[in-house]
Design a protein around this ligand. Structure first.
Ligand code: ATP
Ligand code: ATP
Ligand code: MG
Ligand code: MG
Lengths: 227, 227
């Protein structure tokens, strides 16, 4: 589970404060498939980064599987993230000097997986996202949507119990996007992974059982649905 | 106008060749509003880059307003691009150490506009895309969709006669995206700018008068419509 208590995030710009989050309370249950939607600048990426303990709130708390992440050392935090959380970043954050295979394999370095097994699992994940033939391409030698799929594959490297995906299909045509979402659905239904997807696309939020609407740094409303 | 004759682009990867474009003939008429759609990896960004003379084809030719760009010197080419073409790149290509205002103003440096006028026009363009209040933010201090809108504003800096936009609304919520497209439509209808938009979103291609479908590096089909 991921629980947030009254999260605020204020960015300071000289004398100007930007309130990206203004008091967000959320509880994401184990195995839940949740979409977060909202206008540009409403705080979605900020929220996802805080939920994944990639940044610190100005005030408020985040609990991951009952653990208050604000109380962990940097080492403990890095270990928790490596083992439990897979991220798909809005702009992928791929390593430019590594090819697709090594990008996907990288998270497994931090969880002590052997090199041979890393490369085997990375190749299977690339096949899962339709990019087996492009394993040797570096990010600059891939299309936008191909880079995005490498990012999705990398998020799955350690078979995390929580997946936080920031616009995982924004650069994909509808058909490729549906294949990626179908794969994430399988993970959710089949293996009980908790998945939070930030998306602007209705065909993506439509398959989620719960949709949280953000606006101006606050949860405006939620819809819980039968899918 | 932009005309391409039998464009091919082959990327060489050691012993492997990737054929991104395999013979594309296109004629974009002055004042036309055209969408280019297709699956991830079908060659859309490659085509746009060649049409804008940002890259060279393997074979084939590109004519911009009747001029064969392959025959221009680097200096002549840079001058033509600066004066005639506005780009919205798929991943924005903003300058990280410059704030939003200076990013938008940058193209005007190359067309000899005074500093004062540059900043005035840049501020008006930021207002047009709803980001007047964020002019001092650097790209890392902006949301994904906000960065994208800065990229759109920059593309308009020199009031170009040709706009090439690679997924200009991919990171925007539907409402913000429609505002951006509405603005591009005004430019097209009101000032006769030629606009080519690569998009995966039907609500964007639906307002274009012509849609070109790419697949595996070739034009698969076209639809010309009454909008
Ligand atoms: N620099 C490069 N080196 C090698 N291959 C490349 C390079 N750039 C692109 N490619 C390959 O060329 C093909 C076309 O790429 P392109 O970026 O034009 O696709 P696209 O239609 O824009 O895709 P997307 O919708 O995912 O952005 C892809 O198969 C891609 O892997
Ligand atoms: N590092 C930063 N410094 C200053 N302001 C920031 C920073 N990061 C984000 N912001 C601001 O905080 C607000 C929320 O940003 P955030 O990236 O969370 O929005 P978002 O909902 O993900 O938007 P989008 O849909 O455009 O990606 C925006 O107004 C943005 O300008
Ligand atoms: Mg975002
Ligand atoms: Mg592309």
């Amino acid at each position: 589970t991921v629980v947030t208590e009254n999260l605020t995030k204020v960015y300071r710009m000289g004398k100007v404060n930007v309130e990206a989050l203004r008091g967000v309370d959320l509880r994401v249950r184990k195995g839940e498939l949740m979409a977060v939607v909202g206008p540009s600048g409403s705080g979605k990426s900020t929220l996802l980064n805080l939920m994944g303990a990639l940044d610190k709130p100005t005030t408020g708390r985040v609990f991951i599987d009952g653990v208050d992440v604000g109380k962990l050392s940097d080492f403990e935090l890095a270990d928790l993230r490596a083992r439990k959380i897979g991220f798909v970043f809005q702009f992928f954050n791929l390593i430019h000097r590594m090819n697709a295979l090594r990008n996907v394999a990288l998270p497994m370095v931090f969880t002590g997986v052997s090199r041979r097994e890393r490369e085997e699992r990375a190749m299977k994940l690339l096949e899962l996202v339709g990019l087996r033939d492009k394993w040797r391409h570096r990010p600059s030698e891939l299309s936008g949507g191909e880079q995005q799929r490498v990012a999705v594959a990398r998020a799955l490297a350690n078979n995390p119990s929580i997946i936080l995906a920031d616009e995982p299909t924004g650069n994909l045509d509808t058909k490729t996007g549906e294949e990626i979402i179908g794969m994430l659905l399988k993970l959710n239904k089949g293996m009980g992974q908790t998945i939070v997807i930030v998306t602007h696309e209705k065909h993506v939020s439509d398959v989620c059982e719960r949709i949280v609407y953000l606006r101006d740094g606050l949860v405006e409303r939620e819809v819980v649905r039968k899918t």
